[in-house]
Write a protein that binds this ligand. Structure first.
Ligand code: RUQ
Ligand code: CUA
Length: 661
């Protein structure tokens, strides 16, 4: 105990020393030398080599950047409303943010997983986690749009998520916070050990991408941090880092750092599938939302599901094993061969590398040191391939290149360390400015890394950018790894706080990037598929405007007969069938937002007509030379004023005959 405490304080001392001294590894300008900078230069008119799909952390969004230029191409709203395109504000997209707790307009997004086939990038989807109100989202990489969000019941802090299996059979998500689950959740917090459980959700993904929870493993109450699926020889297995195996529930900073080792949890999910087939699962009542965007009606819908299947690995043998891992492991990464599993202990002074084949042998030989809550604990040495000695301080995450090398981010010593997986030898180190969290090698988590670069995602940028008040931008740094030594070639700011990111070759996404929504496929119930189809209809105190937008008019452009207190729904169909010609729609006094409508799409803005008057509306996207002419008026009359619904379709005759007088 005494020595342990000493160790904790020793670490604290080292941490403090590094905070004070290491934040300035020489002058930033010295970092880029020779022609290195030109390697990041993508000349005007030229394309980038990779898409970098980057989590936005607390902004709940994804940023899409070009590599090597660092240029920002797009922000994809996922778990957060987004005024730029009306996501979460339009009637069509509101259900995407529904949960069992109701509408949640903001979450925290940490990790990205790009879909794979045979362990290689296939460019179909990106998955992302909602951390706070546990959810997993699927983004379609043809449209760069969030098309599905599945909530995870019996979970708290969905941090260890989303991680995919080799053929995207499953997306897997596990809890950071163990919570009381089942019928009785009103329990003393001090009964943590007894009543609090972790869960690991295995979400089945079908060939069209649709997700549903196949089963949840109920585990002892520990914190899951990160995970990776096995691949190649280890396909069928999954590996999770855990911390707080002390099962502390107060002052975790100290109490969850007592033990010398926490665990990597190894899960044989093929075995779990067998038990499931044999009917060994238990159906448990749990409420959670499943939200899906229908790409032909352009509408999302939200369904609340009522039950989930659970498996108990303490009862059902051979699904779960624990491997001791020093010390509060954060990242848990599997190398491209699928044989080596790297645990990165935030407080450890070495990096342990486990061997999948040794683990299998240890399990077969029952080389266990005991059990943890009824689950066997494999002996450390029996699963260990070896340790990387003195790698640096605060190892967090590891990515791989195609040449047998690993790149580990060191938060405390603020550097990337390159080491050889088989030889466990440190080969190179490069400072980051400052305090790197995640890092990304294009294709790093796949069987076939694309290599070439490593990108650092940093927590602190003090003195790298012009100051912008109390909060500074977060940022990424790009290193060339084509030679033996890593070379810093670019800094670029990011939106939100970047956590994990993946990079994928441009040629995998570019050819299938969708340009328009075809009008003939538009099945939106309120679409006006031509100006002749536009109309205004009253249904009780709802007024539905079937509106079209095309350069450079909105039809109908003048609407009368709205009464104070009505809910007016502007269903705007963009009739353009040309790439990159969105139209916008805004009306004075709208309390929610504006909307942006893609070519061929229909989107709806709900507007409460709460006062009498005439209200201008217009297109908000500079779409043509006559964009400023793209406008109209809505007249709202007092409830007792008998104005009939009427509207003008913007034809010249309306002006001449005075239609609408
Ligand atoms: S985490 S900085 Cu939320 Cu992925 Cu490691
Ligand atoms: Cu349409 Cu401006």
């Amino acid at each position: 105990m005494k020595t342990l405490n000493k160790f904790v304080w020793g670490m604290a001392g080292i941490l403090a020393a590094f905070t004070i001294y290491s934040c300035k590894p020489s002058g930033p300008s010295e970092a880029i030398t020779g022609d290195a900078a030109s390697k990041a230069y993508v000349a005007p008119g030229k394309y980038d080599e990779f898409y970098n799909i980057v989590s936005g952390g607390f902004n709940g969004q994804i940023g899409v950047y070009g590599i090597p230029s660092g240029r920002l191409f797009k922000i994809i709203p996922v778990f957060a409303t987004f005024p730029e395109n009306g996501y979460g504000y339009s009637e069509e997209s509101k259900p995407m943010l529904n949960t069992a707790n109701g509408f949640v307009p903001w979450d925290d997004l940490h990790h990205i997983s790009l879909s794979t086939t045979n362990g290689e990038h296939d460019g179909r989807w990106a998955f992302a986690n909602g951390n706070n109100t546990p959810r997993v989202a699927r983004i379609d990489l043809k449209t760069f749009k969030t098309v599905e969000i599945l909530e995870l019941p019996n979970s708290g802090g969905n941090h260890s998520s989303p991680y995919i299996t080799e053929n995207t059979e499953y997306v897997v998500a596990s809890t950071r916070f163990s919570v009381p689950i089942g019928d009785n959740t009103d329990v003393p917090i001090s009964s943590f050990k007894k009543n609090f459980k972790g869960t690991v959700s295995f979400i089945k993904v079908d060939t069209s991408g649709h997700m549903n929870i196949a089963f949840q493993l109920v585990t002892p109450g520990v914190s899951f941090d990160l995970a990776r699926a096995g691949k190649g020889p280890s396909h069928g297995w999954f590996f999770f880092s855990t911390y707080n195996t002390e099962q502390a529930y107060t002052l975790l900073e100290v109490n969850a750092s007592q033990k010398d080792k926490d665990f990597i949890m190894a899960v044989n999910w093929k075995k779990a599938e067998e038990y499931l087939k044999q009917g060994k699962g238990k159906t448990v009542k749990s409420k959670y939302a499943h939200n899906v965007l229908n790409e032909s009606t352009h509408m999302s819908s939200s369904e609340i599901l009522e039950e989930v299947m659970q498996l108990d690995p303490a009862e059902l043998k051979d699904i779960v094993y624990f491997i001791p891992c020093p010390k509060s492991p954060h990242g848990c990464d599997v190398d491209p061969s699928g044989e080596y599993i790297v645990g990165s202990g935030k407080l450890a002074a070495l990096i342990p590398v486990f061997s999948f084949s040794k683990l299998q042998k240890a399990i077969a030989d029952k080389s266990f040191e005991g059990d943890f809550a009824g689950i066997p604990v494999v002996k450390y040495e029996s699963a260990l391939y070896g340790e990387v000695q003195k790698p640096g301080l605060g190892p967090l995450h590891t990515e791989f290149d195609a040449n047998g090398n690993a790149y580990t981010s060191m938060f405390v010593s603020s550097e990337i360390v390159k080491w050889n997986v088989k030889e466990l030898k440190v080969l190179d180190r490069a400072p980051t400015y400052y305090s790197i969290g995640h890092l990304c090698v294009p294709g790093g988590p796949t069987k076939k890394p694309h290599g070439k670069y490593v990108i650092a995602y940093n927590k602190i940028t003090k003195d790298r950018y012009l100051p912008t008040g109390p909060e500074l931008t977060q940022s990424a740094q790009l290193y060339d790894i084509s030679g033996e030594k890593m070379k810093l070639i670019l800094d670029f700011p990011t939106t939100g706080e970047p956590h994990y990111a993946e990079a994928i070759p441009a040629e995998l996404l570019m050819p299938k990037s969708q340009k328009i929504y075809r009008l003939e496929d538009n099945k939106h119930p309120y679409a006006a598929l031509g100006e002749g189809k536009t109309k205004v209809e009253r249904k009780g105190n709802e007024v539905h405007v079937y509106m079209t937008a095309i350069r450079s008019h909105l039809t109908p452009d003048n609407i009368e007969g709205i009464k104070q207190g009505d809910d007016v729904y502007f269903h705007v169909t963009n009739l353009e069938q040309d790439w990159d010609v969105p139209h916008g729609f805004a009306i004075k006094g709208a309390n929610n937002a504006e909307i942006l409508i893609m070519p061929g799409e229909t989107q709806t803005l709900k507007w409460k007509a709460d006062r009498v008057g005439v209200f201008p509306f217009y297109c908000t996207d500079f779409c043509s030379a006559l964009h400023q002419e793209m406008q109209g008026y809505a007249r709202v009359s007092a409830p007792n004023n008998n104005v009939e619904i009427k509207y003008s379709t913007g034809k010249i005759e309306d002006q001449i005959t005075g239609a609408g007088q």
